[in-house]
Write a protein that binds this ligand. Structure first.
Ligand code: ADP
Ligand code: ZN
Length: 716
């Protein structure tokens, strides 16, 4: 047996040479060592933490074949494809294989010609397969998504319970169970049901530091706010937008498309073909936005999802954590953005109150929703609260959530809350928010007269605030459980036990001051090489992406299987010109160096030639040719398989170099031109950032247009 040190060297060597990473993360190294020594492990690590390496490296080092149990066929295939790209001998066995292919894999397994075999639990547990395993040499068993043994969890798989047999039949083969589900009961169930009492437990922090958590109050135009968020911060990025209803997903997707983004709907009501096509496009094309109900996400392992946006309120913090967790698995900066308003709160509460669930169930759901609402209304660090909910602990405020970045002011709202609560009380707890606000503001309408509510003492006592402000107050009162939505589910508000302490002025109530406009935020590190960065880097970035896409298409794999965005970004930053330099890029192991290094190096060299000779790059040239032959920007983009934004960048560069005129690209009136010129002279800076100008013009002109005008100003 290897001693610890040699083993560590070996594991590190594989991490470097095969996976192209320089160091281990979290407890990967310990876990790997534990398995290599033949011991069992239970691993709790957040999504994107790097669980797979924990068994893949021992699988390579230990003699025999590793058997990986995985419940999701799509994931299995992804992993195997990715491993094969790295030169690791991996295969899968599931219902998608024909008999001949399955037989071949079984033979390879018997002859130990593989490092890993991924297998679905139902196949693993057949007597035939277990017999086959008994005749094979086994390196280890990895049980992925181990929370599927939990009968209380939402992903319960009955076959998972039978996996305890593995321990009885193969007592000498080490086992590792892995999950990203954090809670204590699930952990206990995994250990108990899989007979892992002897296993060493590894719990990593559930923090996802690269995700910036942001929750904005709806200003009544959620989709407009969503669009601004995407266009300002994620113009060319892949993202997921969650909506509550199927209809809404389709509407939002359609609307985003009319705004020039590529958005595809996904929900259980669409045909299997449409869902598969949309999912495939999301995985294989760049910058696709999926607008989905929560049905989307399970089993999607796309590492470069740059944002998750919620247009609805998740039912619990667990759901929020899971859904937002689909962003930024590659560890690069990502946004979890949510829009939330009074109506969401009322809708969800109504749904919950009128559901058929039994009382005990309802109480739990109510409690979970209440925690979620509390989370939305926080005025302190969101990450600290999120982690605390999972019994994790973060010492200092994170600096990477909206409340940390733009601290929320609070104000003493006791008196105002008393007015709202009295209004509910005096109108006999029979009315909804809109009516209550009308009473507070002394609106004159027939219903109020009919009920005689214009005679009440509360009539008109709230005129120091406007409707919007009152909606914010009611939202916060409901979120804090000082008001409840009625049991019958009609949406009328009723008082709660807790509210009396406010009504009797025994407690003061501090509420959030709403920010007028959500601040758009550029994270410290660039999320991507898009709109605000310099054009030269941008062109290289696009060229590298195009190269990656071509290689991916040739091999029938998603682009991120070739290289992650992080790797491409490093290439832009370091511009490796030799194989030796290229090997230092994160994610470049021997196999990928040999397979792709030359392609990317060639592009980098060519790019450097282009910029030193100050000529238009070929790619810009090609775009200009197409424009001259009469094609529109969208057509050129389609033809060249590039984003319209990229085409505009090319054109802007051509304008800047005096190769074409502004008028050939955009249609713009003299008056608008004056307005924009003016804004450039006032708001533009040395970095030539467009955002200040865009914002000064209140978003009236899009970035493409501004970019082209800017180029024409530079050209003079
Ligand atoms: P999960 O825990 O969600 O299964 P994965 O195993 O898919 O996470 O890993 C997430 C990403 O992080 C993968 O792209 C993986 O290659 C990468 N990764 C894992 N370990 C390391 C490491 N030590 N250094 C750099 N990247 C790593
Ligand atoms: Zn924070």
């Amino acid at each position: 047996m290897l001693n610890d040190e040699r083993m560590d060297d070996k594991a590190l060597g594989i991490l470097n040479s095969i996976f192209g990473y320089s160091e281990f993360r979290y407890q990967q190294q310990d876990i790997i060592q534990q398995l290599i020594q033949g011991n069992d492990a239970v691993v709790l690590m957040p999504t994107g933490g790097g669980k797979s390496l924990c068994y893949q490296i021992p699988a390579i080092i230990r003699e025999g074949v590793a058997i990986v149990v995985s419940p999701l066929i799509a994931l299995m295939q992804d992993q195997v494809v990715a491993l094969q790209q790295l030169g690791v001998r991996a295969a899968f066995l599931n219902s998608t294989l024909d008999t001949a292919s399955a037989n071949k894999v079984e033979q390879q397994l018997l002859h130990a010609e593989l490092d890993l075999v991924y297998v679905a639990p139902e196949r693993l547990m057949t007597e035939r397969f277990l017999n086959l395993l008994e005749r094979s040499s086994l390196a280890l068993f990895a049980i992925d998504e181990a929370h599927c043994v939990s009968q209380w969890g939402h992903d319960f798989r009955p076959e998972y319970i039978q996996l305890s047999v593995l321990h009885q039949r193969f007592p000498d083969v080490p086992r590792i169970a892995l999950t990203a589900t954090a809670d204590e009961p699930t952990r206990r169930e995994i250990i108990q049901r899989l007979n892992l009492n002897e296993a060493k437990l590894y719990i990593s922090s559930f923090d996802r530091p690269n995700i910036c958590y942001r929750i904005s109050q709806s200003q009544g135009n959620a989709r407009e706010q969503l669009y601004r968020f995407i266009i300002n911060e994620h113009e060319q990025d892949a993202g997921i937008v969650y909506c509550l209803s199927r209809k809404k997903t389709e509407q939002i997707a359609e609307w985003l498309n009319t705004k020039g983004l590529t958005a595809l709907p996904y929900h259980a009501g669409l045909s299997v073909e449409i869902r598969q096509t949309n999912q495939r496009r999301f995985l294989t094309e760049d910058g696709i936005i999926i607008v989905a109900t929560i049905a989307f996400g399970m089993g999607i392992d796309k590492p470069d999802v740059r944002f998750v946006a919620h247009l609805n309120l998740p039912k619990s913090i667990e759901a929020y954590y899971q859904e937002t967790g689909r962003a930024g698995r590659d560890g690069e900066p990502a946004n979890a953005w949510m829009m939330y308003g009074l109506q969401d709160v009322i809708t969800l509460k109504k749904m919950m109150e009128s559901s058929d669930a039994d009382e005990a169930h309802k109480r739990i759901e109510h409690h979970k929703l209440q925690s979620m609402l509390g989370f939305c209304e926080l005025t302190t660090c969101r990450r600290q609260a999120l982690l605390k909910y999972f019994s994790d602990y973060l010492e200092k405020p994170c600096g990477n959530c909206d409340t940390c970045i733009t601290p929320v002011e609070t104000w003493d709202a006791t008196v105002v809350a008393q007015k709202a609560l009295s209004c509910v009380y005096k109108t006999n707890q029979r009315f909804g928010v809109n009516y209550l606000i009308d009473v507070l503001l002394a609106k004159q309408h027939a219903r109020i007269k009919q009920f005689g509510h214009d005679k009440l003492s509360v009539y008109g006592i709230g005129q120091e605030l406007d409707t919007k402000q009152w909606r914010s107050i009611f939202r916060q009162l409901i979120a804090r459980d000082l008001l409840a939505v009625d049991m019958e589910g009609f949406g009328n508000l009723v008082l709660t036990e807790q509210c009396w302490s406010i009504l009797r002025a025994e407690k003061t109530l501090m509420l959030r001051k709403e920010n007028k406009q959500e601040q758009t935020q550029r994270r410290g590190r660039k999320v991507k090489y898009n709109n605000n960065n310099n054009d030269v880097d941008n062109i290289l970035w696009e060229a590298l992406r195009a190269c990656r896409k071509q290689l991916a298409d040739q091999r029938g794999v998603p682009p991120y299987v070739i290289f992650h965005d992080a790797a491409l970004m490093e290439m832009v930053e370091r511009q490796p010109q030799t194989r030796q330099q290229f090997a230092k890029i994160t994610g470049v192991g021997e196999k990928k160096l040999n397979a792709y290094g030359d392609n990317f190096i060639a592009i980098i060299k060519e790019h450097n030639l282009d910029i030193t000779s100050h000529s238009l790059t070929d790619t810009v040239d090609e775009t200009v040719q197409l424009l001259r032959s009469g094609s529109e920007v969208d057509t050129i983009a389609q033809q060249r398989n590039l984003k319209p934004a990229t085409i505009y960048q090319h054109l802007a560069r051509a304008i800047e170099l005096g190769d074409i005129k502004l008028e050939q690209v955009v249609d713009i009136s003299e008056k608008d031109m004056r307005i924009i010129k003016n804004a450039f002279s006032m708001y533009s800076d040395e970095d030539r950032k467009l955002k200040p100008v865009y914002e000064a013009l209140d978003g009236a002109f899009d970035y493409h247009l501004l970019r082209c005008v800017q180029a024409s100003l530079i050209a003079g």
